[in-house]
Design a protein around this ligand. Structure first.
Ligand SMILES: *[C@@H]1O[C@H](CO)[C@@H](O)[C@H](O)[C@H]1NC(C)=O
Ligand SMILES: *[C@@H]1O[C@H](CO)[C@@H](O)[C@H](O)[C@H]1NC(C)=O
Ligand SMILES: *[C@@H]1O[C@H](CO)[C@@H](O)[C@H](O)[C@H]1NC(C)=O
Ligand SMILES: *[C@@H]1O[C@H](CO)[C@@H](O)[C@H](O)[C@H]1NC(C)=O
Ligand SMILES: *[C@@H]1O[C@H](CO)[C@@H](O)[C@H](O)[C@H]1NC(C)=O
Ligand SMILES: *[C@@H]1O[C@H](CO)[C@@H](O)[C@H](O)[C@H]1NC(C)=O
Ligand SMILES: *[C@@H]1O[C@H](CO)[C@@H](O)[C@H](O)[C@H]1NC(C)=O
Ligand SMILES: *[C@@H]1O[C@H](CO)[C@@H](O)[C@H](O)[C@H]1NC(C)=O
Ligand SMILES: *[C@@H]1O[C@H](CO)[C@@H](O)[C@H](O)[C@H]1NC(C)=O
Ligand SMILES: *[C@@H]1O[C@H](CO)[C@@H](O)[C@H](O)[C@H]1NC(C)=O
Ligand SMILES: *[C@@H]1O[C@H](CO)[C@@H](O)[C@H](O)[C@H]1NC(C)=O
Length: 782
């Protein structure tokens, strides 16, 4: 067990696996055969838990279908009248209207009259379960009105193993599995409350964009993950999403132990459909299917975007000639796809698939309004709470009736024209607009130089009705309070009015699907900040950042008085920023990742893994660090970050006191004993202990604090997040926060027993305001 814990991968995968030797020349992926243990046959969905009724209805429905009709339900069709990302054809004789699947996790893509929601990373920075729930419900009500059956989000993979990951913003909420999972749970419940199905993606270990898909001469990257790391890190948030009732899982582009994400019987049949009791269906990422009968047997249920060369008619033939049992096709359709449709009431008064998704947006068409003004507050609060105040020297913020404010940087203004993912980055920009800084290959620039960003790019990018830029919001403020503004959005060394009370420098960090970021800081923006700081004693630095941004080239400059990470706030970006700068809103966001001082502090996990050596045609990504990513790694190596995981300032001050631990009388047997339910063995969710603490607002204004609980599980990382509560507290007042610790929260994955193991021993418990500011400590004896 210990050896599996500390090492990994190829060569250990199974007895049959060959050990890669330096003299080997690997010319085909036969070499890797057997790396992922076979788990067959694909388990039937049985209608566990609250899926029972839907399964009965589905069985009745599918009993009326021919084999060809069933097979048609398993693959998308080319649909030119709508902009749905994928469509399942109607079966008119049974009044089945078909289905629309649409991007993505941050709002409806490719249509009009929908909102630009704060992205997943901003929700992660809010550490606010209620907000995650409200955002999900508001966002998904737009999908419903537009006739979308399945919304292609949330993203909980990538988790964020690689700091430069191109999709870490969409996404993930956080690279901590507990925070990510808790917010994913709320998101799935909120989304599905509207009758739209959540597609939780990308299953699994889809941690880098580099080589995510096979190309002419290079295969898709293989994420080689040991079983313990899989359960304790990458599977954790998927498990929460399934526990929440998610109806759909999207399998990923990457390989897992060298077997494609949509053909891996261990992860699909074994982990997802057996261990986690998943009752919904598995859809392929767009184009992620690379085999026919084999993917059906491995547990794939639906292929997108079209019926593919592998399935369609060939799936029918495979059943007829006996190479695939019809019961597998029945399971795909009856027990999973159609059951999902009934489970969320999509048979009852659901808008016509794709009704609000015209394919020609700029031509005359009937408009379907997706937005609902009762969600304005959620859009704004989401933008505000995703901002994290990281530095505030001598209370530089909030601004106190400044007379002259100067605003610098390319990210302060809106882009020159309506931009979505196609042109926020450099893909559609003229070469002269692009500043490619420190690119490692010919990929995107570090930042979007033509204007602010409210989301990243690719399939998770936002459509939005308007964009509040920092400049417009600040201009409105000047109109209201009679202050005077200067600005320069382009110069790297702007002329600064010496009378300025504050100089705001606004840069950004751009990231997009399909490519990993070329760096974690850029010299152009850092140079601009240093140039302004050399002549302005009150330089306030702001980023709209689709991922972590290193700040050590400028942060110690004595004139840099404040730093804000705005993340990816959606349409109310500027309004939210100005509200914080002027103290109308008190910042309450916390970092959902660590900000190290230097790239080298990542010990290689800053950059994606590249094809190399004998694996040049079959790139390998060995997750040899195990669970030691982000703060778990920095703590283990005793590296002090610039800003630690969980850190974020407020305009008020909080103190922590009175930690108490209560053991509940639930069973403390070593292993859970109850049967598998949706989400895994039922007693994994028994509450074994409750910890309470008092948080007091000792400052002068109302503010919200995120109290965080970390546990030292014997044999594991020094501290792992296992609880958080966000509380709004009046000045002088106290609240009691309470954290419930479940069996899973306190267990480790036992690779031999294939169960969560609750060890006997002493568990360290810490409570405080960040992963390194933990004033309260106690222990728990189990
Ligand atoms: C990944 O693991 C394999 C098998 O142990 C090894 O041959 C290969 O060199 C490793 N790759 C890297 C980049 O460490
Ligand atoms: C991948 O290989 C590792 C190392 O042998 C093993 O622990 C793990 O269970 C495998 N996972 C899958 C999904 O094949
Ligand atoms: C699934 O159910 C069918 C009966 O509908 C049965 O014939 C088949 O063996 C079952 N498959 C598995 C893997 O249990
Ligand atoms: C299956 O789908 C194809 C392509 O959309 C269509 O031409 C065919 O009629 C469908 N078959 C049945 C039996 O509905
Ligand atoms: C089926 O397989 C054949 C040969 O492998 C291929 O040419 C054809 O395009 C496939 N697709 C369908 C939908 O029949
Ligand atoms: C059965 O049909 C499938 C799909 O066309 C094909 O790949 C397979 O080779 C066929 N098997 C036999 C035994 O004919
Ligand atoms: C707008 O959202 C609110 C809150 O969920 C809901 O009560 C109301 O019915 C919605 N309005 C429309 C027109 O859907
Ligand atoms: C970027 O900005 C320049 C100058 O302001 C403008 O000419 C150009 O059209 C813009 N490009 C895009 C894609 O908006
Ligand atoms: C800080 O700003 C002032 C201008 O207000 C300038 O005189 C001074 O040199 C700056 N300090 C540094 C270290 O650049
Ligand atoms: C990290 O260290 C390298 C080498 O000293 C330096 O060039 C780079 O600027 C540092 N990065 C940051 C963010 O300070
Ligand atoms: C203790 O456990 C029993 C049996 O599960 C349950 O009925 C009882 O309510 C529990 N008591 C407390 C104080 O939790």
């Amino acid at each position: 067990m210990v050896s599996i814990l500390s090492c990994i991968v190829i060569g250990l995968a199974s007895q049959q696996a060959r050990i890669a030797r330096a003299q080997d020349v690997i010319t085909s992926d036969d070499y890797f055969y057997g790396q992922s243990p076979p788990v067959y046959p694909s388990p039937n969905g049985t209608g566990l838990g609250n899926w029972a009724d839907a399964y009965i209805k589905a069985r009745n429905f599918v009993s009326q279908l021919t084999l060809e009709e069933k097979v048609n339900l398993t693959g998308g069709v080319s649909e030119t009248s709508t902009s749905c990302s994928g469509s399942i054809a109607a079966i008119p004789r049974l009044n089945f209207p078909g289905m629309c699947l649409s991007d993505a996790g941050n709002g409806v893509r490719s249509t009009d009259f929908v909102s630009g929601w704060p992205s997943g990373l901003s929700v992660g920075a809010s550490w606010n379960r209620d907000l995650a729930h409200a955002r999900a419900a508001g966002m998904t009500s737009e999908f419903r009105r537009k006739g979308v059956n399945i919304a292609l989000g949330p993203v909980v993979g990538p988790l964020g193993r690689v700091a430069m990951g191109g999709r870490n913003w969409e996404v993930g909420f956080s690279n901590d599995p507990y925070l990510c999972g808790a917010l994913a749970y709320e998101t799935v419940v909120g989304m599905q409350s509207t009758g739209v199905t959540a597609s939780v993606k990308h299953y699994i270990a889809n941690e880098q964009e580099t080589n995510r898909n096979p190309e002419a001469s290079v295969g898709a990257v293989s994420s080689n993950v040991d079983d313990k790391t899989m359960h304790e890190l990458y599977l954790w948030p998927f498990q929460d999403a399934i526990l929440a009732g998610a109806g759909n899982i999207m399998c990923s582009y990457n390989r897992l132990n060298n077997s494609h994400g949509c053909a891996n019987s261990k992860s699909l049949n074994g982990i997802l459909k057996t261990e986690l009791g998943f009752q919904g269906f598995v859809v392929s990422d767009w184009g992620a299917q690379h085999a026919g009968v084999a993917t059906a047997q491995a547990g794939l249920d639906m292929v997108m975007p079209r019926g593919s060369a592998f399935w369609g008619n060939n799936l029918t033939l495979a059943v007829k000639n006996g190479s695939l049992s019809e019961t597998r096709v029945d399971d795909m359709t009856t027990r999973r796809i159609i059951a999902m449709w009934y489970q969320f009431g999509q048979d009852d008064a659901f808008p016509e698939p794709g009704v609000g998704m015209p394919s020609e947006l700029s031509s005359p068409h009937e408009v379907v309004i997706g937005t609902n003004s009762s969600y304005k507050r959620v859009l704004f609060d989401g933008a505000v709470e995703g901002h994290v105040l990281l530095k505030n020297k001598d209370n530089a913020l909030p601004l106190k009736t400044p007379r002259i404010v100067s605003l610098f940087g390319y990210s302060a203004k809106a882009p020159d024209r309506y931009t979505t993912d196609e042109n926020i980055g450099n893909e559609a920009l003229a070469p002269e607009d692009i500043s490619i800084m420190e690119t490692k290959s010919n990929i995107i620039s570090q930042y979007a130089s033509n204007g602010t960003i409210i989301s990243g790019g690719g399939s998770g990018a936002n459509q939005f009705p308007y964009m509040s830029s920092p400049f417009e919001a600040l201009s409105q403020r000047a109109y209201e309070d009679g202050s005077f503004l200067y600005w320069d959005f382009h110069s790297s060394n702007p002329t600064v009015n010496a009378q300025s009370d504050a100089c705001i420098v606004d840069g950004n960090v751009y990231a997009t699907e399909g490519q990993d970021r070329p760096g974690l800081h850029d010299d152009f923006t850092d140079g601009l900040i240093l140039n302004v700081a050399s002549v302005c004693a009150n330089t306030i630095v702001v980023f709209q950042n689709a991922g972590v941004r290193l700040v050590d080239q400028f942060i110690d400059h004595p004139n840099v008085t404040a730093l804000i990470f705005g993340h990816v706030p959606g349409q109310d970006s500027g309004r939210a920023l100005i509200s914080i700068l002027y103290g109308d809103s008190n910042p309450s966001g916390k970092l959902p990742y660590s900000v190290p001082k230097n790239e080298s502090d990542y010990a290689g996990l800053d950059t994606p893994d590249q094809p190399e050596g004998i694996f040049v045609k079959f790139p390998q990504s060995n997750f040899s660090e195990g669970v030691y990513i982000d703060y778990r790694a920095l703590d283990a190596k005793n590296i002090t970050p610039r800003y630690e995981f969980g850190f974020g300032l407020s305009y008020t001050t909080f103190s922590f006191s009175d930690i108490k631990t209560t053991l509940s009388n639930s069973s403390t047997a070593a292993y859970p004993t109850q049967p598998i339910a949706v989400g895994g063995q039922k007693d994994l969710w028994d509450i074994l202990a409750t910890v309470t603490a008092t948080v007091t607002n000792i400052g002068e204004i109302t503010g919200a604090e995120v109290a965080q609980l970390y546990v030292g599980i014997p044999g594991g990382p020094a501290r792992q997040l296992r609880g958080f509560e966000k509380a709004t507290i009046q000045p002088g007042a106290s609240v009691t926060v309470s954290f419930s610790l479940t069996r899973r929260d306190l267990s480790t994955w036992d690779v031999v027993a294939q169960k969560w193991l609750l060890q006997r021993g002493t568990y360290e418990i810490h409570v405080g305001s960040s992963s390194r500011n933990l004033p309260l400590t106690t222990t728990l004896q189990l």
